[in-house]
Design a protein around this ligand. Structure first.
Ligand SMILES: Nc1ncnc2c1ncn2[C@@H]1O[C@H](COP(=O)(O)OP(=O)(O)OP(=O)(O)O)[C@@H](O)[C@H]1O
Ligand SMILES: [Mg+2]
Length: 499
């Protein structure tokens, strides 16, 4: 038996006006973890959708165990034991976790009815294997993004697959969950499962990968052994240019006055007596594990959810019964982690999405000047290197990371004085990430107060002036950035340090 399990040759895939894949060849060895790297819009997800029967290529062949195969539908690929965790989740929100994991493959009782007990038991076993603290009978819509991602992983594992494709599985996870996922990957690998793994977190790549293939503009640039690949070399292969290094933040730009003041805020079991503040011109990091209450806190401040107790002031003015509209009027902006739900109008052009939140300031007369709108959008397209030929395309046709860039541009074009960023660079490629960090620092220098939630610790540590660490709905520690060690933040977040 050859040690190549999957091979694709000369794949081409077109979308209207875009050649997403051009003559791509690639092979996967039995039991290896093969990393796929590339900038936003390079064609990674498209290639994976070709391998799983979602898209049909214009040209090219796929060989599985040496035999040519054609996938008409995703089901065909599943039957050949290829499973995928999509970048954009594919869950039914109003079904339970267990129902989602076994959708269409539910265990049946003798009469043909679904065996709910077995369903929940089997789901429990997989979730335990993933060390995921999720109730199999909970509805998916009640879960946060990170837990939804773990349900996707569980779903893929429940198919006894030979090939497992993971499209940015760690984008929403934090350190601890990532380590668990890596343990899972290693144990699958030792059982002979072959894995294709897409990520923008370059630190992960050498840790978990055996080989690395880089795509750029729909073409394969090259394949390297992970053991002797240099990070700088990989970055050069990805972006085809030297990237601008992030400006180191030397000075704290905090000024007098507060962008945010929260005192004794509580909400059910999720948030317990939270007090914190952000000065104008200050970048404050909110660290903690997924599920520690960081997003819930931001949502309670923004009036997405109601709080039971506590006071909140935004830019010096108290907000009694907050709603997002009220907060926006008070010059607050909220860049949500879930771009599909809160961020974007998928069926409208990039141009309209970008100026949407800033309409009032950009066009005070209330009349939209399309030319000006296009100019603003074009500037962001170039600056953030969005993978799209123009700003007239609908957002739904953009790659995952490019959509995230549109969300950011939308809020960066407002005159907000207090901004909450929830996982701002999730799924963003290295080059654009530097650019976004620079923009955040620029905002602070202009006096904007920033609260940043991020599972990317290096991001929190390099950008923040101060860090609050949350655990189980409480703030357990406030750290002045000076001299903070990564370990210290993790220790407080996990309860490893006495508080
Ligand atoms: N359904 C679609 N309709 C039109 N164009 C599409 C569609 N899906 C992808 N594209 C285009 O194909 C190109 C490749 O997109 P793809 O999603 O494969 O990128 P990616 O490498 O996965 O990027 P990211 O890192 O942002 O996820 C992009 O230019 C994108 O706009
Ligand atoms: Mg993608």
């Amino acid at each position: 038996m050859s040690d190549t399990i999957l091979e694709v040759r000369n794949i081409c895939k077109d979308f209207p006006g875009v050649r997403a894949l051009e003559d791509v060849s690639f092979d996967l060895k039995r039991g290896e973890v093969h990393i796929l790297l590339g900038e936003n819009g390079a064609g990674k997800s498209t290639l994976m959708k070709v391998l799983t029967g979602v898209y049909h290529p214009e040209k090219g062949e796929i060989f599985l165990n040496g035999k040519e195969v054609r996938f008409e539908t995703p089901r065909d690929a599943q039957l050949m034991r290829i499973a995928i965790i999509f970048q954009e989740f594919n869950l039914a929100p109003n079904l339970t976790v267990a129902q989602n994991i076994y959708l269409g493959r539910e265990p049946l009782k003798r009469g043909g009815l679904i065996d709910r007990q077995k369903l929940n038991r089997d789901a429990r076993a997989i979730l335990d294997f993933l060390k995921a603290d999720i109730d199999p009978s909970a509805r998916v819509e009640a879960l946060g993004v990170a837990h939804q991602q773990l349900v996707e992983v569980a779903k893929a594992l429940s198919i006894d697959s030979e090939i497992l494709i993971m499209d940015e599985p760690t984008a929403t996870l934090s350190e601890k969950e990532i380590n668990t996922l890596f343990d899972t990957i290693r144990s699958l690998q030792s059982r002979g499962v072959s894995i294709i793994y897409i990520s923008h977190r370059l630190q992960e790549v050498k840790l978990i990968g055996n080989r690395i293939t880089v795509l750029r503009d729909g073409r394969t640039v090259g394949t390297r052994d992970a053991a002797n690949a240099e990070l700088d070399d990989l970055i050069r292969m990805m972006v085809g240019r030297e990237i601008k290094r992030r400006r180191i933040r030397e000075k704290n730009t905090a000024r007098d006055g507060f962008a945010l003041e929260v005192s004794h805020l509580s909400q059910g079991k999720l948030l317990k007596d939270i007090s914190l503040n952000v000065r104008r011109g200050e970048i404050v990091g909110l660290a903690g594990l997924v599920g520690s209450g960081r997003t819930e806190l931001a949502q309670a401040v923004y009036g997405v959810t109601r709080r039971d107790a506590g006071e909140v002031s935004i830019c010096g003015k108290p907000v009694a019964n907050p709603t997002p509209m009220k907060c926006i009027r008070q010059k607050m902006g909220f860049i949500s982690e879930s771009r599909k739900e809160f961020g974007l109008a998928l069926n409208l052009p990039i141009r309209v999405n970008i100026t949407h939140a800033g309409l009032r300031t950009i066009f005070p007369s209330g009349i939209v000047d399309v030319k000006k709108e296009r100019k603003i959008a074009e500037e962001f397209r170039k600056k953030l290197r969005m993978a799209t030929p123009d700003v007239e395309r609908d957002v739904k046709a953009l790659s995952g990371g490019t959509q995230q860039k549109v969300v950011l541009a939308k809020w960066l074009s407002t005159d907000s004085e207090f901004l909450v960023f929830d996982e701002p660079t999730r799924g963003i490629d290295v080059g654009a990430k530097e650019e976004i960090h620079n923009m955040i620092v620029d905002l602070a220098e202009r006096g904007v107060g920033i609260l940043m939630i991020s599972s990317d610790l290096p991001e929190v540590l390099t950008l923040s002036d101060r860090i609050y660490v949350m655990r189980e709905g409480r703030i357990v520690r406030e750290i002045d950035h000076e001299g903070v060690m990564q370990e210290e933040v993790i220790a407080y977040a996990t309860g490893g340090a006495a508080t």
